[in-house]
Design a protein around this ligand. Structure first.
Ligand code: UFG
Length: 324
């Protein structure tokens, strides 16, 4: 029996692929290599280079392999770009999952793990300091989050019609690297943005220091990408052995870190002194977004084990390797 991993050449996908392979699974990876990098995959991993929008190619993958489950990570994920090009995000993310689920239905494949995002919550209206549970209302504030939610809506409907069993993993802020070669190559999130600034001899910018948090900067739940990979394997095993219908599960640590705390950790790990510039608030940033992680523990038996220092240390090792 084979797992299909879409987006397996991407930053997160490659960690999932490597872990699944090392635990003895048969795999096939589907990736259009628009942001994925084929060299992230070991030579013994089969890669089908196609877009999910090509439904004939997607169906062929199912025809040619005995697929028992699908881990669907392939997606466009740049929030800013999604605001500029919402139609493109709908086409790629919603069209992509639609073709994939149709192919699963045609081929009688039921087990589905979907990469969702904490972006589905938008700016949650919770009391200050409260954790985000899976019951917190979903109200995305950008097209990226909306397309992730659309994927949940469709997979939920297909689960309700009896076609599939779904674990939708709502990732919080993913960072770090399992090994340096698998690190995030893009400079779109706080940790790589800070490394990039420091490398250029500049100071990072803190987007607002007047939030009602302990130090005034925004708080997020940073989860190590290797812990996230573990969560995917646990989620597929959960779906395989039970009948969850559709279940959305937060994947975070349950611990918040402020922007200033992340900067302090980066200073400590890199040895580069940081004196940040205080900038304006960034539009759409909630003050705090921290996961309630009881459900992942209860259903998947999974919880994060790597802390912020491990995240920053591994991200820095990956950065140094990629920017020699
Ligand atoms: N930040 C700064 N300065 C920067 C960059 C970021 O202060 O130069 C702050 C942001 O304001 C935010 C925090 O650092 O408070 C993290 O920002 P990121 O842009 O790294 O991440 P976001 O929390 O905005 O979003 C991330 C992912 C989304 C995902 C979301 C879910 O990028 O894809 O987490 O929680 F949807």
């Amino acid at each position: 029996m084979t797992w299909l991993i879409t987006g397996g050449a991407g930053y997160i996908g490659a960690h999932v692929v490597e872990l699944a392979k090392s635990s003895g699974r048969n795999l096939v990876v589907l990736d259009d290599l628009s942001s994925g990098i084929s060299s992230r995959l070991r030579n013994d991993i089969e890669l089908v280079e196609t877009t999910l929008l090509d439904s004939a190619s997607v169906n062929r993958v199912f025809d040619e392999h005995k697929i028992s489950g699908v881990l669907h990570l392939a997606a466009k994920k740049r929030v800013g770009e999604s605001v500029e090009r919402p139609d493109y995000y709908w086409q790629e993310n919603v069209g992509g999952i639609q073709n994939l689920l149709s192919a699963m239905k045609t081929h009688g494949v039921k087990n589905f793990v979907y990469s969702s995002s904490a972006a589905v919550y938008g700016q949650p209206d919770v009391l200050f300091g409260a954790l985000i549970t899976e019951e917190t209302p979903c109200a995305p504030i950008n097209p990226y989050g909306a397309t992730k939610l659309e994927g949940e809506v469709l997979s939920r409907a297909m689960a309700e019609s009896g076609g599939i069993k779904v674990a939708a993993l709502r990732y919080f802020n993913v960072a770090g690297a399992g090994r340096a070669e698998l690190g995030d190559q893009y400079i779109f999130n706080l940790v790589p943005i800070v490394f990039d600034a420091l490398e250029r001899g500049e100071q990072p910018i803190v987007f607002g220091n007047d939030y009602s948090t302990s130090d005034g900067s925004c708080i997020r739940d940073y989860v190590h990408v290797q812990d996230l990979a573990d969560a995917h394997i646990a989620a597929m095993e959960f779906v395989e052995k039970s009948d969850p219908g559709f279940t959305a599960i937060n994947i975070g640590t349950g611990q918040g870190a402020s922007v200033f705390e992340v900067l302090a950790m980066i200073q400590d790990v890199t040895g580069i002194s940081i004196d940040p510039i205080i900038g304006e608030r960034r539009k759409g940033d909630p003050a705090a977004l921290v996961a309630d992680v009881r459900l992942s523990k209860e259903l998947l038996g999974w919880q994060s084990s790597r802390d912020l220092r491990a995240i920053v240390t591994s991200a820095w090792d990956a950065w140094k390797l990629g920017h020699k």
